[in-house]
Each structure stands twice: as C-alpha cells, then as structure tokens.
Ligand binder design. Structure first.
Ligand code: C5P
Length: 218
C-alpha cells in the first residue's frame, strides 16, 4: 500500500467530502471522514441522555462508545457499538450538537488517537478540520478548501430536504464560529497547506487541482 497521506481540511460545505472521496477513488487510496467520527460520538451522547452542553459530563463518557470507521471511498460507513449510524449521524439534532461535543478535549484526544491508528502506514485521504495541523502534521500533501459563505450554504441546501439557503447560512456560520474559536485544535489552515477556493469550481475541477498538487508534492 502507498504510504501517501493526503490531509483535506476546511469549513463545512467547502466540498471536502466529495473532493476527498473522488481523489481517493482516482488514486486507489482509502478514505477517512473524521467529521463522521465526531458526529458518531455526538449521536452516542444524545442516545445515552448525556447533556452535550455539559463538557464535564461529555468528558466523563468520551471513552465509552466503540466507534468503527469504514475507509471505502465508495461507501464509507460508521458503526457505534455495532450499530450502523451512517444515516442518523446526518440528522439535524446531531448537526446542531456536534460542535459542542467536538470542543471537549477528552473527545478530541480519544478520536485523534483512533484516527492515527486508522491512518497507520498511509495510503489514505483524510478529511476534517485539524488533519494537517494536529492529526497528521507530516502529511506530504495538505489542502485547505474554502468557498464563499453563499456557495457553501447553497451546496448544503441542495443536499438536504426541507431547509432554506438562509437557514443553512446561519447554521453554518454558528458551527464555523464554534469550530474555529474553540481552545483545543481549532479549525485553521495548517503550516504547509495549499488553499483552494472552490467557489467557482465544479467537483471535477477541484479533484483535478488536488491531483496536480499530489503530483507536485508526493
Ligand atoms: O465534516 P462535518 O461537517 O461532518 O463535521 C462535523 C463537525 O465535527 C464539525 O463541525 C466539527 O465540530 C467536528 N470536527 C472536528 N474535527 C475534525 C472533523 C470534524 O472538530 N477533524
């Protein structure tokens, strides 16, 4: 297996998932969605009646859920204590709570350790908020995807039923603020990362740009 690790960070709606999966498919690499792991942890906390805004209560249970992440770019799945939660982790209740849970240092320590185990020898595209800065700072290829707030909200609105662009923009703004201002491992562009603004690019163009970068750097 190739030792290559490609770190893809950026805010929600910047196009990380589609681009990361496309790049992994093109290069025959594995794919890890670290956001799904924070969502799975959040789903478990809600499911067990833990108050997600009580950071001490969340910290006390952070070691308990058994989280297993699939790495197939064609159909990534995630299981918690044996249950497939790939669908439920996308629900609004989880999305609204995930930034609070992911700000808890014990949660991050646990999930970063799991992520490093999965990344192991490499051969993987990893997407998240802190991959190039914290999880895999030695990754030879680091990409930071951005897009205008309008473009990001439009993309999310197209993916989700029953929402409006305005509602999405407000929800994303709130999540971005929490993710980029938290004390532990905030969303930020890593040293050595290349910023790619995807506002005016379609998916194939984003994938082609990342593949060019891989050719140059790896
Ligand atoms: O990527 P996605 O939007 O599914 O991520 C959900 C949430 O998980 C983010 O808003 C952030 O709070 C958290 N997250 C994180 N660090 C990562 C990936 C996601 O804190 N590496």
């Amino acid at each position: 297996m190739s030792a290559l690790v490609i770190a893809v960070d950026g805010p929600s709606g910047s196009g990380k998932s589609s681009a990361s999966r496309g790049v992994a498919r093109e290069l025959g690499l594995r794919y890890l969605d670290t956001g799904a792991m924070y969502r799975a942890m959040t789903w478990w906390m809600l499911h067990h009646g833990v108050d997600v805004h009580d950071s001490e209560a969340v910290a006390a249970r952070a070691a308990d859920p058994g989280i297993v992440s699939g790495t197939d770019p064609d159909g990534p799945t995630i299981h918690v204590d044996g249950a497939d939660v790939s669908g439920p982790i996308r629900e609004q209740e989880v999305t609204a709570a995930v930034s609070a849970v992911s700000a808890v240092p014990e949660v991050r320590r646990r999930l970063v350790a799991l992520q490093r185990e999965i990344i192991g020898e490499g051969g993987i595209v990893v997407e998240g908020r802190d991959i190039g800065s914290v999880v895999a700072p030695d990754a030879p290829v680091k990409v930071y995807l951005t897009a205008s707030a309008e473009a990001r909200a439009l993309r999310r609105t197209a993916e989700l039923a029953g929402t409006t662009v305005e509602a999405q923009q407000a929800a994303m703004r709130q999540r971005d603020t929490l993710d980029s201002t938290r004390k532990t491992d905030p969303l930020s562009m890593a040293a050595g990362a290349v910023e790619l603004d995807t506002t005016a690019l379609d998916l194939d163009e984003v994938i082609a740009s990342v593949l060019r970068l891989v050719k140059e750097r790896a």
